[in-house]
Ligand binder design. Structure first.
Ligand code: A2P
Length: 276
């Protein structure tokens, strides 16, 4: 079996395929439908979307049209970051499951601890309330694993202290030269699995000469090196592409980055927030 189709285990025993197909910024309609269908045709078994991406209907249609058995595909979607009440969260969950046209969701995440227009705002109580909806549908079997995204250790502590079920996953932005070390350390210590969104830095790191130099050594592209790096970090990258050759290239990760090169890559600083 190819590396990208192997699985990690979440702490509740659910298996999650190592590489997921990310759909952020893929337009609803033909673009999302064709990209997801192309990914599934090329062996991806893990698709990541969100209500906020606006493409769930097309993603769901592609999943159904692929004719792959439902239990063989791992589907993630997310509760919009702006929703912080129980009632609205329940409505949003039902909307997502209906949009996708699926009987259950494999992984459902709170998209962020605060609305995107108010990053950093304290929504502790709201997060506890909406997480109760995740717990409810998890217990009903409508969600196989629950978690959070963009949560700091403090945000997760708040959930653990005030809810019943520890999150199984935290999905964060993570790529060569950019990581949230404190969050990663905290999640590892607490057996909360990390997924990496924007594993290619939304494409930025592909023009980095230091990364290209190492990629050349292994005869792979910078994208492949970046994805393999994250696999060797024990996390699940969620690369996005709308081009078939890239969708395929991003599955060819059966090579090993040597320890010295991993250290070199770890030393690269590539924080896009410092680039503007
Ligand atoms: P495109 O969708 O036009 O193929 P991230 O996954 O970090 O969000 O990065 C996604 C960006 O990287 C997109 O702009 C995507 O472009 C591009 N991309 C994805 N895979 C590759 C690849 N193998 N080679 C070059 N660019 C890629």
């Amino acid at each position: 079996m190819k590396e990208f189709q192997k699985t990690y285990n979440l702490y509740n025993g659910v298996k999650i395929p190592k590489v997921g197909f990310g759909t952020w910024q893929i337009k609803s309609g033909d673009e999302a439908y064709n990209s997801v269908l192309t990914a599934l045709k090329n062996g991806y078994k893990h698709i990541d979307t969100a209500l906020a991406y606006g493409n769930e209907k097309s993603v769901g249609r592609a999943i159904r049209d692929s004719k792959i058995k439902r239990e063989e595909i791992f589907v993630t979607t997310k509760l919009p970051a702006e929703i912080k009440t129980y009632q609205e969260a329940e409505i949003a969950f039902i909307e997502s499951i209906n949009n996708l046209g699926l009987d259950y969701i494999d992984l459902y995440l709170i998209h962020a601890p605060w609305p995107w227009s108010e990053i950093g705002k304290d929504c502790s109580n709201g997060n506890v309330q909406v997480y109760k909806v995740l717990e409810k549908y998890y217990k009903l079997g409508k969600i196989k694993a629950i978690g959070v995204s963009n949560f700091s250790p403090n945000d997760i502590e708040n959930i653990i202290k005030n809810n019943k079920i520890k999150p199984m996953v935290n999905q964060i932005d993570y790529f060569i030269g950019f990581s949230h070390e404190d969050t990663i350390k905290y999640c590892k210590e607490n057996d909360i699995f990390i997924e990496a969104y924007s594993p290619l830095g939304t494409g930025y790191l592909l023009s980095n000469a230091d990364i290209k130099k190492i990629a050349d050594k292994y005869n792979v592209s910078s994208a492949q090196l970046a994805l393999r790096y994250l696999l060797q970090k024990g996390v699940a990258p969620l690369p996005k592409s709308t081009h078939e050759e890239r969708i395929i290239q991003n599955t060819q990760l059966d090579f090993e980055i040597k320890e010295a090169d991993m250290h070199y890559l770890e030393s690269i600083k590539n924080d896009p927030r410092k680039w503007g």
